[in-house]
Design a protein around this ligand. Structure first.
Ligand code: BYC
Length: 335
């Protein structure tokens, strides 16, 4: 139903003809594309690109969009139970921002020729992935703070470099997303600060939330470099600018002093400053947990998809009304 493929019909026909002619992407074509990337060109939706480049972008951008949309659910859990009206308003605003991020991202992916309906169908059928972090439950109010602080903090670390991604629509979407994520990170840190400076019970609640969410937030950066299937090609194409491990390390280096400032303890006995590297050393991540979540959906995975399915069904009349109105407008214009 939705489409943001910006090409005119004539342009689409020309692109189809060019694709048919170039049934095999020969070395000269791939080299010429790589030369554009190496020269720092920004690739736009109408540009001819290797099928692999298009596919990996649709994969990453749509998974990113799904993560934003599914990521609304763990926080939605607390809207009716936020401790004050002010907290409720801020939380609502944040959740609405996430919906907006999902929409920019679906639109960016649509410019590559995949419809939003198809992407959403992949999410609802369980075919498409979304970030593992959103399969974890949010049993306490402190989780609203920790999610903003750590999850949005990790998201910013990952997404700032995406503002320089070689694909223009994705890079441009990231600029606004990062500004909003920055607000989200601060509001989360402010919640955790209030709890950490509150009663012993409140501080304990903040610590317990950090204990649960720390390791899953490190998994947001993906598998270690040696096990990352897409990193090397995607870095060559300048979709990714840094490896999973490099971004994870940056996040740890930024976050540890923030925890120290709050008097909270990162749940990693092996965490220590390495003077020589000028970075923190940290303990082993349980990768079997990450892969199990990716494969099996995690603790709340099934509930998340059930909630999305219900929301999609409930929104059917809105989509039908919008389509009918668009059709009416088009017929009026044609008449
Ligand atoms: N969770 O070769 P790799 C937010 C998959 S939302 C699930 O390293 P790549 C927020 C990966 O997809 C922000 N799957 O992949 C919202 C691949 O599988 P496929 C979310 C994961 O793409 C609401 C396979 O493992 N951010 O901030 O080079 C409230 C091998 O991995 C995960 C983004 O989406 C994972 N954690 O690198 C609050 C950022 N990790 O596709 C906050 C954009 C890996 O071959 N995405 N996999 O079947 C990226 O930067 C990259 O896609 C990743 C993975 C770093 C995540």
């Amino acid at each position: 139903m939705y489409s943001t493929d910006l090409r005119t019909d004539a342009e689409k026909r020309r692109a189809q003809k060019a694709d048919a002619k170039r049934s095999v992407e020969d070395a000269a074509f791939l080299d010429a594309f790589q030369a554009r990337i190496d020269a720092g060109d920004i690739i736009e939706a109408k540009d001819i690109m290797p099928e692999g480049y298009r596919k990996t972008l649709v994969r990453q951008i749509s998974q990113h969009a799904h993560s934003e949309i599914v990521g609304m659910l763990p926080e939605g859990n607390w809207v009716t139970r936020a401790p004050t009206l002010r907290r409720k308003l801020i939380l609502l605003a944040k959740i609405q921002d996430e919906a907006g991020h999902g929409l920019y991202l679906y639109s960016a992916a649509e410019t590559l020729g995949r419809s939003r309906d198809d992407m959403v169908a992949d999410l609802l059928s369980g075919k498409a992935k979304y970030s593992t972090i959103f399969t974890y439950p949010t049993p306490t109010w402190a989780d609203m703070g920790t999610i903003g602080w750590l999850v949005d903090g990790a998201a910013i670390t990952n997404q700032i470099p995406l503002c320089r991604c070689s694909f223009g629509p994705y890079a441009r979407a990231m600029v606004r997303v990062c500004k909003e994520e920055s607000f989200h990170q601060r509001q989360g840190y402010e919640i955790v600060t209030t709890l950490a400076q509150g009663t012993p019970e409140q501080k304990q609640m903040a610590q317990e939330s950090l204990d649960r969410i720390w390791w899953p937030s490190l998994m947001m950066f993906g598998p270690p470099d040696g096990a990352s299937a897409h990193s090397s090609q995607n870095m060559k194409w300048k979709i990714k600018r840094h490896s999973n491990d490099e971004l994870r390390q940056r996040f740890i280096d930024t976050t540890v002093p923030q925890a120290e400032f709050l008097g909270l303890k990162i749940p990693d006995p092996d965490l220590k400053w390495n003077e020589e590297r000028g970075r923190y050393d940290f303990g082993d991540i349980d990768w079997s947990e990450m892969w199990a979540v990716i494969k099996g959906g995690g603790i709340c995975g099934k509930a998340r998809i059930r909630a999305r399915k219900a929301a999609h069904k409930e929104g059917e009349w809105v989509r039908a009304a919008a389509a009918a109105y668009a059709q009416k407008r088009n017929s009026e214009k044609a008449a």
